[in-house]
Write a protein that binds this ligand. Structure first.
Ligand code: TXA
Ligand code: MG
Length: 343
């Protein structure tokens, strides 16, 4: 079903007007994409089943993959969740508003945000004044997944949302580029030991300063993984172009990429590189940055940029940073690549 997607370019002058108009759409059961500090989200009233269905349809999202509920005040917690563990409340107080999603036991009144019939619900308070103002003005928590077509890289700019969802959603609030560039950490407090299901910029290292025991679910390397976060079983974040990740020490990775570029050049295969430096033989390059912060900021942007070049192949340099942001970037790169080559 095609509809006209409104674009609200928000600035200081029209801020309140845009928030009011967008909140009205949410209140009436519509869908609005908005910036958060992590990535753009596609929002709808969390208590309106029809509105929630619109999100799943627009994104073509598998029905069993639940949405995160976004709140603007801790007061909303008791509306959505029950039996909130002390540790969960503690880290919510410390890290919210911020890029951390907490999974709690669902309140009986809260409707299912997926077809999985889960007893739990994911909640987050974003650190972005547009997002917070929108939730407040709408007068309801807002359910919002990342505002991309299911499986595509998460959107870090309004134009990415437009590219994927134009004609499928009611409006987009264009608030410029997001700050962080990768999605929030997801931590599950319904398991005996709090468990990180999706790594983000707030990692086990930061969280363990406040809670004694934390498990980290590594969806990529652990064997016999029991899928706790339904979204983890799907391919993710991928450009349409085939992508190969080269893993290893930096020097070896660069050598391997140069070798592959020559080989593909001879075979007349056009290749783009997402990496830290210029490669002479590459048809297109996106320099991803040097620090974990910069790389997170550029990661999905770079994938989308290269995807638009209509190449035969994208080669990605792996990232060797071991801090929480580095771990989160590696997780996204591994999930987004069709093949991994270790050197
Ligand atoms: O930074 C973010 O988290 C962004 C912004 C918009 O807030 N949102 C986001 O939402 O990344 P989404 O839907 O793309 O990813 C949510 C992840 C999915 O992997 C989903 O399976 C998981 O959280 N999730 C949601 N509810 C869950 C639950 N009750 N139990 C386990 N996993 C859950
Ligand atoms: Mg997503």
């Amino acid at each position: 079903m095609f509809k006209k997607t409104k674009i609200f370019k928000i600035n200081k002058k029209n801020f309140e007007e845009v928030i009011k108009a967008s909140a009205m759409i949410i209140k009436r059961g519509g869908t609005v994409a908005f910036p958060t500090e992590t990535v753009y989200g596609l929002g709808a009233d969390f208590s309106n089943k029809e509105a929630i269905t619109k999100i799943f349809n627009a994104k073509n999202r598998p029905l069993d993959n639940p949405l995160i509920v976004h709140i603007e005040s801790l007061k909303s917690l008791s509306l959505i969740a029950m039996e909130i563990p002390e540790d969960a409340l503690k880290i919510a107080n410390i890290f919210w508003p911020g890029p951390l999603t907490i999974i709690l036991k669902k309140n009986n009144k809260t409707i299912d945000l997926s077809a999985s019939k889960l007893k739990s619900i994911a909640i987050r308070m974003p650190k972005n004044k547009i997002a917070l103002a929108l939730i407040k003005e709408a007068g309801t928590p807002i359910a919002a997944p990342s505002a991309n077509l299911s499986g595509r890289p998460s959107p870090t700019e309004a134009k990415h949302v437009f590219f994927d969802l134009d004609g499928k959603i009611d409006a987009i609030i264009d608030g410029g580029s997001v700050d962080i560039g990768i999605e929030s950490t997801v931590i599950d407090f319904t398991s005996e030991i709090p468990t990180i299901l999706r790594p983000g910029t707030i990692g086990a290292k930061e969280l363990s300063q406040y809670i004694k025991k934390i498990n980290v679910e590594n969806s990529i390397t652990s064997k016999n993984i029991k899928i706790k976060s339904p979204g983890m079983k799907y391919t993710h974040y991928s450009p349409n172009t085939e992508m190969i990740l080269i893993e290893g020490e930096s020097d070896k990775v660069i050598n391997k990429i140069n070798f592959l570029l020559l080989e593909y050049y001879r075979k007349n295969i056009s290749v783009g590189v997402l990496g830290s430096k210029k490669y002479k033989m590459a048809k297109a390059i996106f320099i991803i940055g040097k620090t974990p912060k910069d790389i997170a900021y550029n990661l999905f942007r770079g994938m989308r940029f290269l995807d638009e070049k209509k190449l035969d192949l994208i080669i990605v340099e792996n990232i060797n940073f071991k801090n929480s942001t580095g771990i989160a970037i590696n997780n996204r790169l591994k999930k987004a690549s069709n093949r991994h080559i270790k050197v």
